[in-house]
Write a protein of this length. Structure first.
Length: 283
């Protein structure tokens, strides 16, 4: 009876796969190797990942060296900006000088020779050359593009805030008309009235524009009645305080801005015996 019992126990242990089965033969299978056979590449997921250096290169740098480099970079940038500004200013100055040179030189020369102005019209260069012959010691004479301006202080021509000519003002206007006709005979002449920005003390005029218009008209009437200038070559412009030559912040500046300007144009009225031309547009 004992032998069948032993056989039954052994059968049960084999069926259960018990690792402690004394009757089980040891397995000859060793640990599994992940190395591929010779000539076969290993799978990508089995290869070791390279070590990544995620730290920036300047982590180990000296902070003082970094600060010195940043300072040098800022200084170089500032120097470049200053050079650019200087170049821009030089370019603007050169452009301005070129424009002035062109206005003085007049039209460019053509292939067949120098371009001549139209009959009865003086070139800007000729206008400026003739300007030096004007004998007007009490006036400010200057070139303005293609025209010549003769500036007379209004305080030397008129009484206060009026359009009444002073005796000395009549003498000045007589001299102006004589010199203009001598140097620029028959040319268009604009009479421009200017005032400052101060309120008027004379109730006869409602605005500075009205005063400047009245003064220009008084000069126009004087030229027509008492000089050789022709009505066909004269025209009037009333600017009021709109075109000051200097600031009105001082008494001297306001006195300078109160003025009559005579604008001599390069065109002659009725040149060549033809019909009288329209006066040129005021610059």
């Amino acid at each position: 009876m004992r032998l069948p019992v032993i056989l039954i126990v052994i059968g049960v242990m084999n069926a259960a796969g018990c690792a402690a089965n004394p009757f089980r033969k040891p397995s000859s299978t060793g640990p599994t190797s992940l190395e591929p056979p010779p000539g076969v590449a290993a799978p990508a997921h089995t290869l070791p990942s390279p070590a990544l250096n995620l730290q920036p290169s300047f982590v180990d740098s000296d902070p003082r060296q970094l600060e010195a480099g940043l300072t040098r970079s800022r200084q170089e940038t500032q120097l470049m900006q200053e050079e650019i500004t200087a170049l821009r200013e030089q370019l603007a100055s050169t452009s301005s000088q070129l424009a002035v040179a062109r206005s003085v030189a007049g039209p460019p020369a053509a292939a067949s020779g120098v371009v001549q102005a139209a009959p009865g019209v003086m070139t800007p260069a000729a206008m400026q050359a003739a300007m030096a012959r004007l004998a007007l010691p009490d006036a400010d004479v200057r070139a303005d593009g293609s025209v010549v301006r003769v500036e007379i202080p209004a305080d030397r021509l008129f009484e206060g805030d009026t359009a009444n000519l002073l005796p000395g003002g009549a003498a000045i206007l007589t001299l102006v008309s004589t010199e203009v006709e001598r140097v620029y005979p028959g040319h268009f002449l604009g009479i421009e009235g200017h005032t400052d920005t101060e309120p008027l003390h004379n109730a006869s005029w409602g605005s500075p524009h009205q005063l400047s218009a009245a003064r220009a008209s008084a000069v126009f009437d004087f030229f027509i009645d008492r000089t050789s200038l022709k009505q066909s070559q004269l025209f009037l412009v009333a600017h009021g305080p709109n075109h000051p030559v200097v600031s009105n912040a001082t008494a001297a500046g306001r006195a300078r801005n109160r003025r009559i300007e005579f604008v001599i144009y390069p065109e002659a009225a009725g040149a060549g015996g033809g019909p009288v031309a329209d006066p040129p547009a005021a610059p």
